[in-house]
Design a protein around this ligand. Structure first.
Ligand code: 2BA
Length: 108
């Protein structure tokens, strides 16, 4: 068994969870936020049998889009001079996924 931890954008989360549930995956949703953009995202935990991992990934791929987000960073070109807000563009997602081996799984 594997534990797949996926980090997805909030806008994709509800549809993705619906699709996963329809396909009989079990999902735990956690609210999270990214260290770089400091904005909200969604972390999903899915415990899956090894043979279902690829099917899970194809559902994630089909439901998570890559988007460009503009972040304003404060830059100071010369020390002591004014701080200039500078927009930078970053590509977020579709999804980040970590796959962990599960040593044991119990449901009581
Ligand atoms: P954030 O940390 O808010 O990052 C959002 C996007 O900003 C990233 O998209 C990436 O394109 C860019 N980015 C992140 N750190 C950067 C840096 N130091 N310099 C320049 N650009 C940077 P994604 O890679 O698709 O990541 C989306 C979210 O997934 C991240 O949100 C974070 O919450 C999580 N994540 C990504 N990689 C991770 C990792 N290795 N470990 C833990 N969480 C991760």
């Amino acid at each position: 068994m594997k534990l797949v931890i996926s980090i997805v954008q909030d806008v994709d989360a509800e549809t993705l969870i619906e699709e996963l549930t329809k396909e009989n995956f079990r999902v735990t949703k956690m609210s999270s936020s990214g260290g770089f953009l400091k904005s909200g995202n969604t972390t999903l935990l899915c415990g899956v049998d090894d043979e279902d991992v690829n099917r899970l990934f194809s559902i994630i791929k089909n439901n998570c889009k890559t988007r460009e987000v503009t972040k304003i960073v404060q830059t100071m070109n010369i020390p002591g001079q004014a701080i200039i807000p500078t927009p930078i563009c970053v590509k977020v997602g579709g999804a980040i996924a970590f796959v962990l081996d599960v040593e044991d799984f119990k449901r009581y």
